[in-house]
Design a protein around this ligand. Structure first.
Ligand code: 5AD
Ligand code: SF4
Length: 528
């Protein structure tokens, strides 16, 4: 495809492909092939495939350029389409998915749809899915089971599956075979095609599958419907790290950074709208800018520019230790609105395991990075992600994870049992660690995580912390809930009018998961 004069309405592929290479079409009948679309009859339903995921294509990192486009518009015939109709999006997984949901909400609302939380009221239900571990996928298939009954009651309901699971050949195959009542399947690279796909599904009454295997262009002017006081801003898409256990490089495509002027303009606009906290998002934010050919501008440069924008708190997630450079550390040391909380996934504490995970740093290099961060960023709070039971992880190697955890003294960790993902290199590695042993390792690690969380909270006792008030506590309307700069949850008594504001709170109780405190007028001894 020529890259000249491309626009957002282009289909990524105009060639008809042979989908029987990816899918089990043994009892499917090919009905027609035209305009790059193939229609099959499977299990009594017509399925129109515009494009389908291919593991092989997703693995490749081609040279083709990524264009930045500013020409998105809802097609004329879809602009009023949602009048009087309701949409519901169920979001699974990470903040990137949450943010994609904001884009889809924006698209729905531009078409005139209104939002609902009630499945029985919704005219369209989308499941924005996560593929990172098997249990995330199980949840979605479970939900599809429930929705089958609803669809039987309400045949006009449009049911869609999007997000990372749609990028998997095996998942699309399974939906076509076992859940033929689904109406639309689209992926992470063609979210902007939602209005067109909706139209096809409504009028043709066929299942429409359009999943691009290769990343699309960056489309800057997609609508986003944000709510609350905290906003997410995507600074880059995709991941080129290919950690051996991880499916993300396949489902999210190659690394593409948004242009600095576009990111800065968006952050300035959010500041103007009064957002109190902005989280910069990317699968590996530290690789930001590496793909620019015309300018030398890194994540450190971006943070240094964003620091000057008048937003009380700036966060970022997620970091890869390998790309965390000295310039970024120096910029983070300037503090101000750059919060001192750094999420730095380590995954394992043993160099041999890290090597097999293809993390490209050793235990010692990670510890050295932590030392540098702690030296440069006063009161740095570190959190992490850890996988236990990676194929072949020995008992001693697991002990190294525990000792690293103690040595760093993380405030919190997300901990996971390794889950094999089809198509990733680790899925083919011999795994001689029993599930029982993996569960035992997770239990031991979680005990340590809890111990450190409690200790780190206890260190805050009697200090005064700056809190962004998020709302009423879930269990007691007289109690407000907020977050410290280091993202710790804190409860305190206060008036509802404080929601969305910054207050100073003196910590009076410290538990493993939560702090409690009392509002004070003036900072006594400011802490994090
Ligand atoms: N199994 C278990 N955990 C995984 N993660 C990523 N892939 C897998 C997998 N196959 C974890 C990593 C990552 C976090 C988002 O999810 O710890 O940092
Ligand atoms: Fe997955 Fe590794 Fe990329 Fe993170 S850096 S998204 S763990 S491949």
């Amino acid at each position: 495809m020529s890259h000249e004069n491309r626009n957002t309405s282009d289909l990524k592929s105009d060639k008809v492909k042979d989908y029987s290479k990816y899918f089990d079409f043994s009892d499917a009948k090919l009905i027609s092939q035209e305009d790059g679309k193939s229609t099959y009859r499977i299990k009594g339903r017509n399925i129109q495939i515009n494009a389908a995921p291919s593991y092989r294509d997703e693995k490749q990192r081609g040279k083709e350029d990524v264009q930045v486009l500013y020409d998105f518009a809802i097609p004329d015939d879809m602009q009023e389409f949602g009048q009087g109709k309701y949409y519901l999006i169920a979001t699974y997984g990470c903040q990137m998915n949450e943010h994609d949901t904001e884009v889809m909400r924006g698209l729905f609302e531009q078409m005139g749809y209104r939002s609902t939380e009630d499945k029985h009221v919704a005219d369209v239900i989308l499941l924005n899915t996560c593929a990172i571990r098997e249990n995330a996928e199980d949840k979605v298939f479970g939900e599809l089971g429930h929705l089958k009954a609803l669809k039987a009651e309400k045949p006009d309901l449009v049911l869609g599956v999007c997000g990372c699971m749609s990028q998997e050949e095996a998942v699309v195959n399974r939906i076509m075979q076992k859940h033929p009542f689904v109406d639309i399947i689209f992926g992470t690279h063609n979210i902007h095609r939602l209005p067109v796909l909706l139209k096809d599904a409504y009028f043709n009454k066929e299942m429409v599958v359009e999943v691009w295997s290769k990343e699309g262009d960056i489309i800057e002017n997609l609508p986003k419907k944000r709510e609350g006081i905290r906003a997410w801003v995507n600074i880059m898409y995709g991941c080129d790290k290919f950690c051996t256990y991880c499916i993300v490089p396949y489902t999210r495509g190659k690394e593409r950074s948004r242009r600095p002027q576009d990111v800065l303009a968006e952050v300035r606009e959010l500041a103007r709208q009064g957002f109190q906290e902005i989280t910069l998002l990317g699968q590996n934010v530290n690789a930001y800018g590496k793909d620019f050919e015309d300018i030398a501008y890194t994540f450190g440069d971006l943070m240094d520019d964003i620091r000057k924008i008048d937003v009380p708190r700036i966060r970022f997630t997620t970091s890869h230790p390998r790309d965390f450079d000295d310039h970024l550390i120096e910029v983070l040391g300037k503090g101000g609105n750059l919060v001192e909380h750094i999420h730095l996934p380590v995954q394992a504490g043993n160099t041999e395991v890290l090597k097999r995970m293809s993390r490209k740093y050793s235990r010692e290099q990670y510890l050295e990075l932590v030392r540098k961060i702690k030296a440069a960023v006063p009161n740095a709070v570190l959190t992490t992600d850890i996988i236990v039971g990676f194929p072949g992880e020995t008992a001693e190697q697991f002990e190294d994870t525990l000792s690293l955890y103690d040595e760093v003294g993380f405030d919190f960790a997300f901990t996971f049992i390794y889950s094999p993902r089809e198509g990733t290199p680790a899925a083919d590695m011999e795994d001689n660690v029993s599930m029982e042993e993996k569960k035992h390792r997770l239990y031991r690690l979680n005990e340590l995580v809890n111990k450190h969380s409690k200790l780190s909270n206890e260190r805050l006792l009697n200090t005064v912390v700056e809190v962004l008030v998020e709302g009423e506590s879930r269990t007691n309307a007289d109690v407000l809930a907020g977050r410290t700069r280091s993202n710790k949850l804190i409860h305190f008594t206060g008036d509802k009018s404080l929601v969305g504001k910054m207050v100073n709170v003196q910590v009076t109780h410290a538990q493993t998961w939560i702090l409690k405190g009392e509002i004070v007028a003036q900072p006594i001894q400011l802490s994090i």
